[in-house]
Design a protein around this ligand. Structure first.
Ligand SMILES: C[S@@+](CC[C@H](N)C(=O)[O-])C[C@H]1O[C@@H](n2cnc3c(N)ncnc32)[C@H](O)[C@@H]1O
Length: 342
């Protein structure tokens, strides 16, 4: 997680932006003049800036229009080698040049810019509308807590937030919204504090997991990630590199299983006839996963949970794979929220 462009520090000066695991990401992508690299999570442009400085041509995507709008200066400085698009990264293959991409990088999650702005509604530490939509469009977190069935809320909090008190919190939400709908982040955080009081040994605020779950659900973050991995597989040229930084086990598991399944190792069990190995779609020449260095983790707490996985595309043709192959959790269709009954 990274990105603070547009914010101010306590003295009113601009906050320094620190992209997470930048050196490792650059090591994996090896940017150079003539290479075309797609940054699917442009954010504050930390990765893109470094890729441009190394001479690469960059295609930047972000679903948040404010991230794209804030990049005017970068566009002016590198306009010949930088193009930006306001779009979701699951569609990244639409932006690949003929012949394919040399690299795709994804830095999954929200930016500090999004978290720090109270009116975006991502943070229970700042009061703001209960929103959480990165794109500013569609169903908001308030719509979800005010309209989803208790059983669906329980699954969302339990699966996407790994919240042990999911059922209790969902029932308390239902009771409270009958009297008054949820409007602000404090409304929800306050209720969760009452239902699951903080114990001395708890390291995180009791609302942390529910807020994470709502954010992941509202933005379909797992579906987007799975879609982006398949799109990258289609868009990378042979030898092109996929590099993904994640911050949560749910996301890391998707990347790990995707790359693992694409390495083309033989399947089967010792009790069954050997299964022909599928052609490898990716290879790996380094460690399967790297974490941030101790020095970076000490400097930037957000880097502590970061995991980078990188893989190199082979020349095997991309198969027709749908999202079903990922076994993503089955949750209520967010687009039907208006039709839910309690
Ligand atoms: C962690 S920040 C990226 C920071 C960036 N690497 C940097 O160095 O400044 C993640 C960014 O990805 C964007 N994002 C998240 N999910 C997305 C999606 N599905 N499609 C496009 N952009 C997305 C967010 O809006 C946010 O700006």
């Amino acid at each position: 997680m990274s990105g603070t462009l547009g914010n101010e520090d306590a003295n009113g000066g601009p906050v320094r932006h620190i992209p997470v695991m930048l050196a490792e990401v650059l090591g994996a992508l090896a940017p150079a003049p003539g290479k075309v690299i797609l940054d699917g999570t442009f954010g504050a442009g930390g990765y893109s800036r470094a890729l441009l400085e190394a001479g690469a041509t960059v295609i930047g995507l972000d679903r948040d229009p404010t991230a794209i709008a804030a990049a005017k200066d970068m566009l002016a400085a590198h306009g010949d080698r930088l193009t930006l698009h306001h779009t979701q990264f699951s569609a990244l293959d639409r932006f690949a040049p003929e012949g394919g991409l040399d690299g795709v990088v994804l830095d999954i999650g929200v930016s500090s810019m999004q978290i720090d702005e109270a009116e975006r509604g991502f943070s229970f530490q700042k009061n703001g509308p209960l929103d959480m939509r990165m794109s500013g469009e569609g169903v908001s977190a308030a719509d979800v807590v005010n309209r989803a069935k208790v059983s669906d809320l329980t699954r969302i909090f339990g699966i996407l937030g790994e919240e042990k008190n999911a059922g209790r919190i969902a029932r308390a939400i239902e009771k409270r919204r009958q009297e008054e709908p949820f409007v602000t982040t404090r409304d929800l955080a306050g209720l969760i504090e009452i239902v699951t009081p903080r114990r001395a040994k708890d390291k995180i605020h009791p609302a942390t997991r529910v807020f994470q779950a709502l954010r992941v659900y509202v933005n379909d973050e797992l579906g987007e990630l799975a879609g982006a991995l398949l799109a990258a597989e289609r868009a990378l040229k042979p030898g092109g590199v996929l590099a993904v930084v994640t911050f949560h086990s749910l996301e890391d598991r998707i990347v790990k299983q995707f790359i693992g399944a694409r390495l083309g190792k033989a399947g089967g069990s010792r009790h069954l006839p050997a299964v022909e190995p599928a052609p490898a779609l990716f290879s790996q020449d380094g460690k399967a996963m790297i974490s941030a260095s101790e020095a970076e983790a000490a400097d930037n707490p957000r880097a502590r949970s970061a995991k980078l996985r990188a893989a190199i595309r082979t020349d095997a043709p991309a198969p027709q794979t749908g999202l079903d192959a990922f076994g993503l959790p089955a949750l209520a269709d967010i687009h039907r929220l208006g039709g839910f009954e309690n």
